[in-house]
Design a protein around this ligand. Structure first.
Ligand code: G4P
Length: 527
């Protein structure tokens, strides 16, 4: 196969959802249809269930699972599909945002009864920022769900994207019988009593007006389906691929992941329409995946679960060229040459050493502490990939050393955990005190636990009431100096030495923005 063909057959995606909508179930069914796994239940949910075990144990269990399911790869209809896993718990949403920078498209799962939920809206904002193409799967139609037309309106309004239904449910709730595939123009009804086990007992009907359709579906349901499809034809225009590619139009699929309803339709359409690896933006120029020289960036770092082996796995997204085992590459951040003798590729439940990886692929690199999230590898060119944003954390605490004998270990542990992107560290200018900023409460527990068990260091937290961390810059140096002087006790430096204003309240931030009108405040920055 040529280099070009290798790239064009790759589909790298993330499945994202509000917790409980069915992300794990759908991912598993995609793997099942893709032949990557053979029994349902192989992909464990990486949700943190508070009741099941103590939080710490659960965090470790989750990390254990998520190493092996970080990337799930399978072949389907001559395409190579790479599904990038995202954390199940919303306290780790930042990991999800970062993973979204490494995919070429996403599938959003929505619970048909609940509609668009908070986390879905947030994730969609990140997709919109990057113009990521989006397909929506409306799940759990085997239960009572909202009316499908209402759901279309809700998705359009809440996710701020045009929609086009490419499949349509026949019946709903207890009378849900199957889905009409608008893409392939056929109705698929499910006959098997054991729906979860196989997708082979399917009755396919191409003509809805045939006697077969009337008798299989029943008068009422078939009439409803024909009427619905008529309305759809008139209201929703034809599928516009460039509009989908630009992230402005979302094809919508309906089904039930648990019962295998509508999943194959989704997968068939996905491999057909989803984009292959696209151009990536760097601080110097745009990179085409078809360029012969290697470029790639690290979007995730995973610490080894075994404390005796301190190495980590850095996940590199290949953006152009071919990543080859044992070749020498250039690490832009340190300006060092690096060689990797055992880069890993990932299968559904195991990893293996690969000799070559192509754009769209994810390679696992063993790392002894050289990589940070966002780092770039090239064949010598000085450039950095853009688009791995840092968002303002929501929760802040002072972090203090609880064991004076272990201050070195603590410093190293904090440093490495921040490199992994577990949380963000700010150092107050006024007194050098360190502040940890997190997205969710569980992250504080993770840090404390991991510092102790991986680095032998103990930390304690002290409360701190901060509203948001705002990075700031501007042309007017005098105004910046003036601002820093006046707000000195709230000014900190982030890990990269950038100025951050730790605003006490929304009001304080608004005042600062009004008063210092030449300063730009950002709740999100790129690396
Ligand atoms: P998540 O990863 O998005 O958090 O969701 P997950 O797949 O774990 O699914 C959340 C719950 O919804 C699970 O039930 C799962 O079985 C159920 N579910 C997923 N798809 C469907 C569907 O199509 N129909 C129905 N009725 N339920 C569905 P649970 O009770 O939390 O877990 P489990 O004990 O069933 O594993």
């Amino acid at each position: 196969m040529t280099f070009k063909q290798e790239i064009e057959r790759r589909r790298t995606l993330a499945v994202i959802a509000h917790p409980d909508a069915g992300k794990t179930t759908l991912t598993e069914k995609l793997l099942l249809f893709g032949g990557a796994i053979h029994v349902a239940g192989a992909v464990k949910s990486n949700k943190i269930r508070k009741s099941a075990m103590s939080d710490f144990m659960e965090i470790e269990r989750q990390r254990g699972i998520s190493v092996s399911t970080s990337v799930m790869t399978f072949e389907y209809r001559d395409r190579k599909v790479n599904i990038l896993d995202t954390p199940g718990h919303e306290d780790f949403a930042e990991d999800t945002y970062r993973t979204l920078t490494a995919v070429d498209s996403v599938i959003i799962v929505i619970d048909g009864a609940k509609g668009v939920e908070l986390q879905t809206r947030r994730l969609m904002e990140v997709c919109r920022m990057r113009n990521t193409p989006v397909i929506v799967f409306v799940n759990k139609l085997d239960r009572e769900a909202k009316d499908p037309f209402d759901l279309l309106d809700e998705i359009e309004k809440e996710l701020k994207i045009d929609v086009i239904p490419l499949s349509w449910p026949a019946g709903a709730g207890s009378s849900f019988k199957g889905v009409y595939n608008r893409f392939e123009k056929k109705l698929q009804l499910f006959c098997s009593a054991n729906r979860q086990k196989s997708a082979t007992d399917i009755l396919e009907i191409t003509d809805l007006k045939s006697t077969e359709a009337w008798s299989a579906l029943g008068d009422k349901a078939n009439r409803q389906l024909i009427d619905d499809l008529d309305v759809i034809e008139t209201v929703y225009s034809v599928f516009d691929k460039p509009k989908y590619d630009a992230g402005k139009l979302a094809p919508i699929f309906f089904g039930s992941a648990m019962n295998n309803f509508g999943v194959r339709e989704l997968l068939n359409c996905f491999v057909e329409i989803a984009p292959y690896p696209q151009k990536s933006v760097t601080d110097v120029r745009e990179i085409s995946p078809f360029e012969p020289k290697l470029t790639g960036f690290v979007f995730k770092i995973h610490a080894n679960l075994d404390p005796n082996h301190r190495d980590r796995i850095a996940f590199l997204k290949v953006c152009s060229g071919v990543f080859e085992r044992n070749r020498i590459y250039f690490h832009v951040a340190s300006k060092k040459q690096m060689r990797f003798s055992s880069p890993n590729a990932f299968l559904a439940d195991k990893k293996s050493i690969v000799d070559e990886s192509f754009p769209g692929d994810i390679v696992g690199l063993h790392d002894t502490g050289n990589f940070k999230i966002g780092d770039t590898l090239t064949e010598g060119e000085l450039l950095n990939f853009r688009g791995i944003p840092n968002f303002s954390p929501e929760l802040f605490r002072y972090i203090e050393n609880a064991d004076p004998m272990k201050s070195k270990q603590l410093a190293k542990g904090i440093d490495q955990l921040m490199d992994e992107g577990v949380a963000q560290l700010f150092t107050l200018k006024i007194n050098g005190r360190k502040v940890i900023g997190c997205v969710g409460m569980l992250q504080f527990d993770v840090i404390q636990y991991r510092l102790e068990y991986e680095y032998g260091a103990k930390c304690k937290y002290e409360p701190l009431s901060i509203y948001k961390a705002c990075w700031f810059d501007g042309e007017d140096k005098n105004q910046i100096d003036d601002f820093i002087t006046r707000k000195y006790s709230n000014i900190a430096l982030d890990k990269y030495g950038r100025n951050v204003y730790l605003a006490d309240s929304a009001f304080a931030l608004k005042m600062a923005e009004d008063k210092f009108d030449k300063i730009k405040f950002h709740l999100m920055v790129n690396h």
